[in-house]
Write a protein that binds this ligand. Structure first.
Ligand code: ZN
Ligand code: ZN
Length: 361
């Protein structure tokens, strides 16, 4: 019997004719700690019911119940995992003279606009009463990284002039996360945990100041907005700053994919989540394997060269995320560096994280 089963109770109710063959098992959710009662009856006839019984989910956070450990960190220093390309791109951006003054102008505009989005009837504040499972998932992310919990909203419609962002985090002083409901419907529960962890990564890695400016820049690049008086701000942002900002924004995603891996602790879940987040379509496990193979064969040198030309096109394309194949390739490398759990070892080796001696079950 595994250690997770130490707390599990097996109860046979031999006196109840309805549950003659039924075994009730009490399992504590490894993510949120809720004690769940699950039923296993080998003779369930309905295939859907059978499937649900084979892979039971926690009734609070909806994540799969499992006996595997889930690590919670007492402290994670973002420096221990920030992607070198993120760090490098930020240094390049900061080196541009006058960049802070111009970016502050952009940020001033963004906050006003973002709060307007939140006041729209279509946005719902996530709580114990609304989207309770998302509230639990965010709590799990924050407990895993030992960070304070920000506000989370679900928005039904996009207010970004057609900009395809499926989830974002903003607010330089009081950060908050917004998920689009389309994303909530499309992703599995574990993938949603990965997306929330990715978004928390932007807060953890202190991306928000420049990220908020970058999102505003993308908004301003929208034709309709660019033609308004607000477009004057856009014209004050020189092309080299625009390129450096968007260049960094893309690279910053690589760090947050690592945050997702630290929380989810399963590279496949992170890879499928970010593929969907970036607009990829996965029908089944095979699609993900095909995508992973593509990422393995991927020639980074070619991609880097291609991306360098691509950065200027980004301005026209208004893309907010780098290619999923590149992100998958990066997460594969990081997760496989020294073995299947290298990302845990890497951080532990840095001496900047406390690895729990045993799983939190
Ligand atoms: Zn749970
Ligand atoms: Zn991101």
């Amino acid at each position: 019997m595994t250690e997770a089963n130490n707390e599990a109770e097996y109860l046979h109710n031999k006196h109840n004719p309805l549950t003659t063959n039924e075994i009730r098992q009490r399992l504590r959710c490894r993510y949120c700690q809720k004690l769940n009662t699950v039923f296993s009856e080998p003779e369930a006839k309905d295939p859907k019911e059978l499937k649900e019984r084979k892979s039971p989910k926690c009734r609070r956070c909806r994540l799969p119940l499992s006996e595997k450990p889930h690590y919670k960190w007492s402290y994670v220093n973002p420096d221990a995992y920030i992607h070198p390309l993120d760090r490098q791109a930020l240094q390049t951006l900061r080196a541009i003279p006058g960049v802070d003054i111009i970016l502050r102008k952009l940020i001033g505009l963004t906050l006003e606009r973002m709060y307007r989005v939140l006041n729209k009837a279509g946005s719902v504040r996530v709580s114990r009463e609304q989207y309770a499972h998302l509230d639990s998932k965010l709590e799990i992310v924050c407990q895993t990284l030992n960070l304070p919990k920000p506000e989370l909203y679900v928005s039904l419609t996009s207010d970004f002039g057609g900009l395809a962002i499926n989830a974002f985090t903003t607010g330089a002083e009081q950060p908050f996360i917004v998920l689009y409901s389309g994303l909530v419907e499309r992703l599995t529960d574990e993938e949603l945990l990965a997306v929330l962890a990715h978004e928390m990564g932007h807060i953890h890695c202190q991306h928000l100041l420049y990220r908020t400016a970058a999102i505003t820049l993308l908004l301003l690049l929208d034709t309709a907005l660019g033609k308004t008086p607000v477009g004057a701000i856009l014209r004050s942002v020189s092309i080299p700053i625009q390129i450096a900002l968007l260049h960094w924004m893309h690279k910053s995603e690589l760090s947050c994919d690592r945050t997702a891996l630290l929380v989810v602790q399963n590279p496949r879940v992170v890879m499928s989540a970010l593929t969907k987040l970036a607009g990829g379509n996965l029908n089944d496990e095979l699609s993900l394997d095909a995508f992973i193979n593509q990422a393995r064969e991927f020639d980074k040198a070619f991609e880097e060269d291609f991306l360098n030309k691509f950065w200027t096109l980004v301005l026209a394309a208004k893309s907010s995320h780098p290619f999923p194949v590149w992100r998958i390739s990066e997460i594969l490398k990081w997760s496989e560096e020294q073995g299947p759990e290298s990302y845990l070892q890497l951080i532990a080796k840095e001496g900047r994280i406390d690895v729990p001696a045993k799983a939190t079950v």
